[in-house]
Design a protein. Structure first.
Length: 250
């Protein structure tokens, strides 16, 4: 199968994940770029940020049209992650590739386990009320992950928004896309030089089908239960994490 066809298929899957779940696109994009399209891990994280930024902005617009984005709270949450994302993005190029691969595998596995755990009722403050300290701490951690590993952080932002800020799930999904977009843009800003070596013949089609998939993902989320989507995605994540961890260790 040609690289172009692989890029188109992988892009569609990434877009569906982001549109339907408000996250998860990057944890699929990086392995696809590395194992299907032959990118080095460092190059894959940069390409993933480009793809995720374009896709998350598209999905953000789609969710904002239906009023599912909490702009003020989401902006506070995202702002705390901007500096950590920039710093970690600059540091990522200095780390050995096996370290990046192993770190990504661990984060993916943790995200999968969180998704498979039974849902719990939010125990935080009333909807719309923000706990600044907790929001800032969580946002900073997500920003660091974005910069270091090339992940948007949405697969962690959604449960964080639902628990720390007590958002209902639809608002958490929509608002997480604001967080992903801000963190990804901040991390990309520190990787300006590395984007010059991006293979746009592959990344362009990948990003294009991801953007289209994001629209379909939003419609899919309205038809399929969130629990089923999460379980399917978690199973894929676990498989990806296991493969990447084995690769890093061997």
């Amino acid at each position: 199968m040609s690289a172009l066809v692989l890029a188109l298929v992988a892009g569609a899957v990434v877009g569906l994940a982001l549109g339907a779940l408000g996250g998860g696109g990057s944890v699929l994009a990086v392995p696809a770029l590395v194992y299907l399209l032959g990118f080095a891990p460092a190059a894959a994280t940069t390409a993933s940020l480009i793809i995720v930024t374009a896709t998350s902005l598209t999905a953000l617009y789609a969710h904002a049209r239906t009023g599912r984005v909490r702009w003020k709270a989401g902006a506070l949450f995202a702002a705390a992650g901007l500096l950590p994302a920039a710093v970690a993005g600059a540091a990522a190029s200095r780390l050995p590739q096996p370290v990046l691969t192993a770190g990504f595998a661990v984060v993916a596995a943790l995200a999968a386990v969180r998704m498979l755990r039974p849902g719990r009722a939010a125990t935080g403050p009333a909807t719309g009320e923000v706990r600044p300290a907790k929001a800032a701490g969580t946002g900073a951690g997500l920003g660091a992950l974005t910069g270091l590993l090339g992940v948007g952080g949405g697969f962690l932002a959604v449960p964080a928004l639902a628990t720390v800020l007590a958002f209902e799930m639809q608002a958490a999904v929509g608002t997480s896309l604001l967080v992903i977009s801000a963190n990804s843009l901040a991390s990309l800003a520190t990787r300006g030089a590395t984007t010059a070596g991006v293979d746009w013949a592959v990344v362009g089609p990948f990003a294009g089908t991801a953007v289209l998939g994001a629209w379909d993902g939003k419609r899919l989320a309205a038809k399929v239960t969130g629990t089923l989507l999460q379980r399917i995605f978690a199973a894929v994540l676990l498989a990806v994490a296991a493969a990447m961890l084995i690769d890093a260790l061997t």
